[in-house]
Design a protein around this ligand. Sequence first.
Ligand code: GDP
Ligand code: IMO
Ligand code: MG
Length: 428
Amino acid sequence: MPAIVIVGAQWGDEGKGKATDLLGSRVDYVVKPNGGNNAGHTVVVGGEKFELKLLPAGILSPNAVPVIGNGVVVNLEALFEEIDGLQARGADTSRLRVSANAHLVAPYHQTMDKVTERFLGKRAIGTTGRGIGPTYMDKVARLGIRVQDIFDESILRQKIEGALRQKNELLVKLYNRRHITVDEIAEYFLSYVDRLRPMVVDSTILLNDALDQDKVVLMEGGQATYLDVDHGTYPFVTSSNPTAGGASVGSGIGPTRITRSIGIVKAYTTRVGAGPFPTELEDKWGEYLQKTGGEFGVNTGRPRRCGWYDAVMARYAARINGFTDYFLTKLDVLTGIEEIPVCVGYDVDGTLHSQMPMTQTDFHHAEPVYETFAGWEEDITGCRSLESLPENARAYVLALEEMSGAPFSAIGVGPGRDQVIQVRDLIS
Ligand code: GDP
Ligand code: IMO
Ligand code: MG
């Protein structure tokens, strides 16, 4: 049975939470393979809005087992705050499982995130300030602390000591911050032992056994292709691999078991934080998309930068992730715009590019080449088939599909769970 991966095709906030929720009633496991509480996935069920940060959106699907995979970085304080918040709203969080190999975000990682951003000055990334980058840095530097470590106090203390030796040098001598003690960090982690213990599993056995038993496993990627540390707009990226290949590593599900790779793409483009953005609109249309689309970050409340759809980016994302399908979201936000430009190529210093330029310098210089499509006035939020869309909306969707590198199997026409046009089944 299939392992399905959901991947953001742009710079995040494409509607991955909604896509997960749409499939939620038909999947058995929803695993989050990467990222941490830097994500913000919104799900609207029966008019009620839920915002998930660290937890996979699948926690809202009553029959699915939500799993935090080995590739995630877990902030325990944020985890239990989110669990408590959901429980207070009547959600059942008892099925949640957490990989023993996932890394833990320590308070000093959050401090390092903030001070390094400040140190970068004008070159700051605009991170979420959640300590995500520094936690992945420690993981790769082999100085990380994993979920399993907090169940062995002596090992935990040794690891904290190893990590702090270097951190304190930096914090005290370079960044003028206070010295952090092993005791305070050990105490912080140990305070979560009892609550965490029942959730911890070898998630690779759990998930692969499930696949052996013909269960459906959905991998809900956080962030997006252009925030991928290898394939994104480096250095303006996050510190994990939120692409389809990364989902395999971050869940321990082998690549041969992934049968569907679904790209979530907005009918226009947004970005939070710094970095290049060829179709960005700094005029009334940018403001229009921001306002009409409600483009304000779930996680940090920052306004999202907005621009037109970029088919060059979509083609690249389809290539990197081997997309079998696209889920186009927020088509309804474009209703009422008379003429809708779509970026079909880049002009880089006089040379036309139909694919992503090879270098960062060229991407920075890329001027979008637009093709313009006629808009529509009719309300489309009640449409449930391609045929029921106004002619111009249908033409826009079909034109985008033609240039984006994978078939559009679902189209979002509103934030609600049922506000979707299902062109093709995304599971079987
Ligand atoms: P994620 O991080 O990819 O899960 O996306 P976010 O939740 O951060 O941002 C997507 C926003 O768009 C959320 O507020 C969703 O409720 C909303 N949304 C998703 N799909 C649609 C759609 O088709 N139409 C509209 N109007 N809103 C949508
Ligand atoms: P979801 O899953 C949008 C961005 C930050 C910053 C960069 C690095 O909701 O799509 P980090 O804190 O990860 O080191 O920040 O990545 N970023 C996101 N932007 N959506 C997200 O998640 C993001 N997660 C990180 O704004 O530019
Ligand atoms: Mg988001």
